[in-house]
Ligand binder design. Structure first.
Ligand code: BGC
Length: 388
């Protein structure tokens, strides 16, 4: 991948227009955003997680109509699963085991059905991310989203009941763990649901309890112990705070943790845990403007992800470092193909080069255009005042 694209102000602006165009062109008549229209493993599917950030990028770029249609599609899809959620919640309340395979999926066909292919489907974060993006869009554009009230109640019931269980993470891995970025998305989603004012008193109270429960659990088990800077005295007042961790009970980081600071606000920028998290992700995972997912990544050899540069750039901007943020926006733009399409990841720096080919053979070249990459580009461009 060359870094020869135009990253002058005009080039950055042009990619804003192109991103709006790519996302708008591929949005399904149903309202769904396909993750990547031409990529074998994703084709015909829409993820709530991807869709939430794609919609937020468009919504920030003064595109009200497309995101409203996406949110209406999501509301229909989530609302239609009210019976499934009620049954899962009742069974769990009776102490019955519910298996990951019985939970709601992470992705749906563009018509809103469950998929028929095998997938790592039990992921809770998308339901939180969706409510977060919905609330942002409604607040920003005063959008009227059909079915939203019912769907928010259903998703809130689901997350309030199951937030503390393990599930696959943002990268669809490690179903046996409780992932801090997943908890961050649920935290933001439940706060958004409360703020939308559509919950009855009991659900609102249950959601608020879950929000507090998440914050307490992450604080207790999802923050790495800080290095001892006390010279062995161990006095707490002289130690620095640690960073968020990939899952509860490890020291490893994952770049998706950036979202727990901004935009999800589990720890606001400036909080010592937020500062340590952004610094540690950048130190361990960022290389010349591109950001790896986590150190042990082998998917397509473990390249650098465009969308993660977006999250890191947003966090720099929110922490008052626009120059650093701009460096990430420029790197993102430099990865666009000649016709202005952004891939999922670039393969110029790989953590596990020997593992790349097996994925190319299995699924073909890296997913391009990945609509979530374009959505993150729009979010960061807007943050930095780069307009079409
Ligand atoms: C990523 C997910 C993403 C999906 C669709 C997967 O490879 O791990 O985070 O939602 O692709 O873009």
């Amino acid at each position: 991948m060359t870094a020869g694209r135009d990253v002058t102000r005009a080039g950055l602006s042009q990619l804003v227009s192109r991103s709006i165009d790519v996302i708008g062109t591929h949005q399904s008549p149903s309202g769904a955003y396909p993750a990547c229209p031409g990529f074998s493993a994703y084709s015909g599917y829409s993820w709530l997680r991807d869709g939430a950030f794609i919609a937020e990028g468009m919504s920030r770029s003064d595109q009200a109509e497309g995101p409203t249609r996406f949110h209406a599609w999501s509301a229909r899809v989530v609302g239609a699963r009210a019976g499934q959620v009620a049954s899962l919640v009742e069974r769990a309340a009776r102490g019955e085991a519910v298996s990951p395979a019985e939970m709601l999926p992470t992705r749906f066909t563009l018509d809103g059905e469950d998929g028929t292919d095998e997938w790592w489907d039990h992921q809770l974060d998308g339901y939180g991310a969706w409510m977060w993006a919905l609330a942002r869009h409604v607040e920003r554009h005063g959008a009227d989203v059909p079915g939203a009230e019912h769907a928010v109640r259903v998703a809130t019931r689901y997350l309030t009941a199951f937030w503390d269980r393990p599930c696959y993470d943002w990268w669809e891995e490690h179903v046996e763990r409780r992932h801090v970025s997943t908890l961050g998305a649920i935290h933001a989603g439940l706060r958004a649901a409360i703020s939308l004012g559509v919950l009855d008193a009991a659900s609102s109270e249950a959601a608020a309890e879950a929000v507090q429960g998440i914050a307490a659990l992450v604080e207790a088990e999802g923050v790495a112990r800080a290095e001892d800077t006390t010279g062995g005295t161990g006095r707490p007042e002289s130690t620095t705070r640690g960073h968020l961790t990939k899952w509860l009970g490890t020291d490893a980081v994952d770049a998706s943790l950036l979202a727990c600071v901004h935009p999800f606000g589990l720890y606001p920028p400036g909080h010592p845990v937020a500062v340590a998290t952004v610094a540690e992700v950048e130190r361990r995972l960022a290389r010349e403007g591109g950001v790896h997912r986590y150190l042990a990544d082998t998917f397509y050899g473990g390249g650098r992800w465009i969308l993660l540069s977006g999250f890191l750039g947003l966090n720099h901007a929110r922490a008052g470092r626009p120059g650093e943020a701009m460096r990430y926006l420029e790197w993102m733009a430099a990865q666009a193909s000649a016709d202005g399409e952004l891939p999922e990841q670039v393969s110029t720096v790989l953590l596990a080069p020997e593992r790349r080919e097996e994925w190319v053979e299995r699924w073909g070249p890296v997913a391009t255009p990945l609509l979530w990459s374009h959505g993150m580009y729009l979010m960061l461009a807007d943050e930095l005042g780069v307009k079409p």
